[in-house]
Ligand binder design. Structure first.
Ligand code: ADP
Length: 397
């Protein structure tokens, strides 16, 4: 949908902010521009809505040069979200969100109804509608910024470090919310950040830029983590990229064991049958099948297991939904070295050892290396959006 074609930006003082950049930005997906401060991310983003004009090269939107349409028309097709939200301080929240619809000539009533709908979509309580921006937290203001950018339903969303000014917990909430909204709306989002973890989490495609505005690598996150193009990208990805890559492998591949799982009212025969040399500890569950903790068979009095003496089971992983990274994390945190797998309702499905997880990781790596399409099928988010687009095409046809 957006094609950046050999674009260079030289500022009047001679600074080359972007140097011969070419990128194909797929539609209905999140493309992240990431790199160290000053590598030309903001300049690139601003050239897409013509806040900055390229010195050389061109940018195409749906095949047409963006200079062919009036700049105001172009900008109304592109929502824009910046750090600290950039809200109008003298306007209420509802009027901030209604800004663009009002500019487009919508009636006040219709624009406010649209604003109310968007507040709900971005997770804002309608009670905040009449407040002013200074009466909101940083995270809430950022949600208003996203709602305002979406108000006129533009196909493109440009986001410049939108979540950088809020604390890590609020930030995670905003990221999750963006992914959820994107699943519903399927916008073409170009997202700037200096945070590689944010890039890997949000991006369908990630463009790593180096100082001087040159492209170092352009790839889906799983591919970036498995095959960094050069030492700069590798360094930028950080020391634990192998662990982070496991986020792209589903835990469904793990074979869970059910023998070492016993209900709290298990009798002596059951406890004796469950214990084995391989699994010296047993996982005890409550009558609903939820985990209580680990115990040694000899401490588990038949019919009356003393739950207060059980060892903690750590944080369980949701089998099939969570990734191999989550499963490994459970095993590492568990005092027994075994991870507990649960279903969506928190009921135990089975347990798995660090060793088995290690074997599944090796198998997943081997499969990804031998299968040319490995990167695509390990990035589920890509598939979901493609499916959605196909549905839209079918609906339209
Ligand atoms: P990033 O978003 O990656 O931090 P920017 O696109 O903001 O990078 O800036 C890229 C380079 O261009 C930097 O060296 C910056 O100092 C320079 N720059 C940005 N805006 C201007 C400007 N208006 N005039 C001159 N230099 C600029």
């Amino acid at each position: 949908m957006i094609r950046i074609d050999s674009v260079t930006k030289r500022y009047p003082d001679g600074t080359v902010a972007v140097d011969g950049l070419s990128l194909e930005i797929p539609d209905r997906s999140i493309t992240v521009l990431v790199g160290p401060s000053g590598c030309g991310k903001t300049t690139t983003l601003r050239m897409i809505n013509r806040m900055v004009e390229p010195s050389e090269g061109s940018i195409l939107l749906d095949g047409a040069d963006i200079r062919q349409q009036p700049v105001n028309t172009l900008r109304r097709s592109m929502g824009y979200v910046i750090q600290n939200a950039g809200l109008f301080q003298h306007r209420t929240i509802v009027d901030n969100i209604a800004t663009v619809p009002r500019l487009l000539g919508w009636s006040k009533q219709r624009a406010r109804a649209r604003a109310a709908e968007l507040m709900e979509r971005v997770g804002l309580d309608s009670a905040l509608a009449k407040r002013y921006p200074y009466q909101l937290s940083g995270g809430q203001q950022q949600r208003v910024g996203v709602a305002r950018a979406l108000a006129a339903d533009p196909p493109v969303l440009l986001m410049d470090e939108p979540f950088s000014a809020v604390d890590p917990v609020v930030r995670k909430g905003l990221q999750d919310e963006l992914l959820r909204i994107q699943d519903e709306l399927g916008k073409t989002i170009v997202f700037v950040t200096h945070d590689i973890d944010e890039a890997v989490k949000l991006g369908t495609m990630v463009a790593v830029l180096r100082t001087g505005g040159r492209l170092a690598q352009y790839a889906p996150p799983a591919e970036l983590l498995s095959a960094p193009a050069d030492p700069f990208v590798e360094d930028f990805l950080g020391a634990d990229r192998g662990i982070r890559r496991l986020s792209f492998f589903p835990s469904a591949a793990l074979e869970l064991e059910t023998a070492p799982v016993v209900p709290v009212d298990a009798d002596a025969t059951r406890i004796a049958a469950s214990a084995s040399a391989d699994v010296p500890l047993l996982l005890v569950t409550d009558p609903d099948g939820r985990p209580l903790g680990w115990g040694e068979p000899k401490d588990l009095t038949a019919g009356r297991i003393a739950t207060e003496r059980l060892l903690p089971y750590g944080r369980p992983f949701v089998h099939g939904t969570d990734s191999l990274r989550a499963a490994l994390d459970c095993a590492v945190l568990s005092p027994t070295g075994w991870a507990v797998g649960v279903d969506g309702d928190g009921r135990v499905v089975g347990v798995v050892s660090q060793q088995s997880i290690g074997e599944a990781i090796r198998a997943a790596h081997t499969a990804a290396h031998t299968d040319e399409s490995g990167a695509a099928h390990t990035d589920k988010r890509v598939d979901k959006r493609v499916d959605k687009r196909d549905d839209d095409v079918r609906a339209a046809g």
